[in-house]
Ligand binder design. Structure first.
Ligand SMILES: [Zn+2]
Length: 355
């Protein structure tokens, strides 16, 4: 069987991305839909696979199509599909768990050991013309939400998940360490969930400036030379003597993880969102004596993607200022190169198409 071919953005191996031909997939499962991809965000994880060839245990062993933050238009539906129709503009949730694992049944399908996640080895990603997804992992976009914004539902779902783990609610105070894309969306979501104070910390003034469009009520510039005690002191100062109920550690840096535990309120929650070194040292006694809870946070689970799409459509989170650069599909290789070279000032790069 030959079939139609399509262009795909493929990570051949560490350091080498090419546009290649791949088979257009055919719907086999009647609950699946075929989506023509219109916009895809470049994620730190894609860039990491490009520059390092692996993330933790996930190693790129054979060529892999990149991309997992995508939106598009439904162009074909399986016989059993009821929730979508041809022509619907949609955001695509890029990871499909087993429908039979106990983690999936519990609602925490992000923990399913059989997860097939786009652009996580060995699974191909969304940077193609046509991509298949099950109807319940595809979310309709409101007419006024652009495809570029729709692609941002993916990192926004990460932010929603983190806020649910942090029990963000009205009146809570939050500290965000790291004002990269996920940190920014986590802060904006915290405000949408009712947090009254959202303090952003970063080592770059430009990122803190951007944070003001993502719910920051206060910003703290943390010099590489200043210590954790200084950061805690500054935080307490802007919170009028209080400490943050929730700390979202979005940098993955060891110093920030340490600072997160130290800054957290008694009985508070530290949510580890960022990924960095595999092993770090942090003040566990302090965590114990103030009965703080340290939670890992990984991708998103039941209801998170849906909530992210709703935050975009209601305007409660405005993802537009996140998009700092747009490349056409034909320049996808340059788009990744641009991300590597401008890691410090780029927020989100979007690849549009392919046409
Ligand atoms: Zn991502």
């Amino acid at each position: 069987m030959s079939g139609l071919m399509q262009d795909a953005v493929v990570l051949e191996k560490k350091g080498l991305i090419k546009i290649e031909h791949r088979q257009v997939p055919n719907i086999k499962d009647p609950h699946y839909v075929k989506i023509q991809i219109k916009a895809t965000g470049i994620c730190g994880s894609d860039v990491h696979y490009y520059t390092h060839g692996s993330i933790g245990d996930f190693v790129v062993k054979s060529p892999m199509v990149l991309g997992h933050e995508s939106s598009g238009v439904v162009v074909e539906i399986g016989d059993a599909v009821t929730s979508l129709k041809i022509g619907d503009r949609v955001a695509v949730e890029p990871g499909v768990p087993s429908r039979y694992s106990k983690e999936t049944l519990s609602g925490r399908y992000n923990l399913c050991p059989h997860m097939a996640f786009a652009a996580t080895p060995p699974y191909d990603g969304t940077l193609v013309k046509y991509f298949l997804a099950p109807e319940d992992f595809v979310y309709k976009l409101a007419d006024h939400v652009s495809f570029e914004e729709g692609a941002m539902a993916e990192p926004l779902a990460v932010a929603v998940h983190a806020n649910r783990l942090g029990n963000t609610s009205f009146g809570k105070t939050a500290l965000i360490l790291g004002a990269g894309p996920v940190g920014l969306l986590t802060g904006a979501t915290a405000r949408a969930f009712g947090a009254t104070d959202v303090v952003f910390v970063d080592i770059f003034e430009s990122k803190l400036e951007r944070a003001k469009q993502f719910g920051a009520t206060h910003t703290i510039l943390w010099n590489a030379s200043s210590d954790e005690a200084t950061l805690v002191h500054e935080t307490v100062k802007v919170l009028a003597g209080g400490r943050p109920d929730i700390v979202f550690e979005c940098s993955g840096a060891e110093k920030c993880i340490r600072a997160a535990v130290k800054a957290c309120a008694r009985g508070g929650i530290v949510v580890q969102v960022g990924m960095g070194k595999d092993d770090v040292s942090f003040p566990i006694t302090e965590l114990s004596v103030k009965e703080a809870t340290l939670k890992g946070s990984f991708r998103y689970a039941a209801g998170d993607y849906d909530a992210a799409v709703k935050l975009l459509s209601t305007g409660q989170v405005n993802a537009k200022p996140l998009i700092t650069k747009v490349f056409p599909f034909t320049e996808a290789v340059q788009a990744y190169q641009y991300n590597v070279e401008h890691a410090k000032d780029v927020a989100k790069t979007i690849i549009t198409g392919p046409e």
